[in-house]
Design a protein around this ligand. Structure first.
Ligand code: 6GU
Length: 241
């Protein structure tokens, strides 16, 4: 997979794309990453990418022409990219969206700054994504969040010891619940013991404990997920009392 970003701060990306699992996946050729500077597609001395909004109002907007030229020129070589614009007005990013993006051969992420982007630039977008209901100073961090969530789904990115199939929000095994609590040594710490069942060696009991724990935690921290979680009738009866 090739992931490219278009931004006025292309230098923000490199540390994230060369560290830890992303860095290793990139070294291994599982994905390639390039960050472009939007100012390279301006034609004036000041390399201007923003201007005042028609109709007045606060702040500056990103101009459509440099974004248009940049996306056209980046897309003109190689396979046509799936183009994502990052904006707080986009569709909320989810694990399902990450799984969908992970199937693309080439992604181009366009990162807004200032008070927004001239609406006409969105004509180039295949989709608009927001990473949550809060406002960031720009789309770069959102693009990095999405890159992380996508790359870890690519075959080989997590290595053999890890897997992305049995975890919170995966459309697979966990059935749309938060993941169960996990513990490692020591068996007792600061007066808190690891639940006995986890030390019992009884795998059926461990599985049952984990299932119940996942439901409890979801009820407590993310009750909004319960209605769409895959639960048996008796599990649903317990969860809804
Ligand atoms: Cl994608 N951009 C900005 N500026 N703020 C956000 C966001 C994106 N997602 C949540 N907040």
């Amino acid at each position: 997979m090739l992931i490219e970003t278009l931004s006025v701060f292309p230098e923000m990306f490199e540390p994230v794309m060369s560290t830890s699992i992303l860095g290793r996946a990139r070294q291994a050729g599982i994905f390639d990453f390039r960050a472009y500077d939007l100012r390279d597609w301006t034609h004036d001395r000041h390399r201007t990418v923003d201007d005042e909004p028609y109709g007045g109002g606060q702040g500056m907007l990103m101009k459509a022409p440099p974004i248009y030229e940049a996306v056209r020129s980046i897309a003109s070589s190689g396979p046509h990219p799936h183009v994502v614009f990052f904006t707080p007005c986009g569709a909320p990013f989810t694990q399902a969206a990450a799984e969908r993006l992970a199937m693309q051969e080439r992604l181009l992420f366009v990162c807004g700054r200032y008070e927004g982007i001239d609406e006409r630039a969105y004509d180039l977008a295949d989709e608009r994504i927001s990473i949550g209901d809060y406002v960031l100073t720009g789309g770069e961090l959102a693009a990095m969040v999405v890159t992380d969530a996508v790359v870890r789904l690519l075959p080989g990115a997590l290595g053999d010891a890890m897997s992305s199939v049995d975890e919170s929000f995966a459309t697979g095994d966990s059935g749309g619940l938060l993941e169960y609590a996990q513990y490692t040594r020591p068996a007792e710490f600061e007066g808190a013991a690891v639940p006995d069942i986890l030390l019992s060696g009884d795998h059926a009991k461990v599985d049952a404990w984990r299932r119940e724990n996942a439901i409890d935690r979801t009820c407590r921290w993310r009750p909004d997920l319960i209605s769409s979680a895959r639960l048996t009738d008796s599990e649903r009866a317990l969860a809804e009392q």
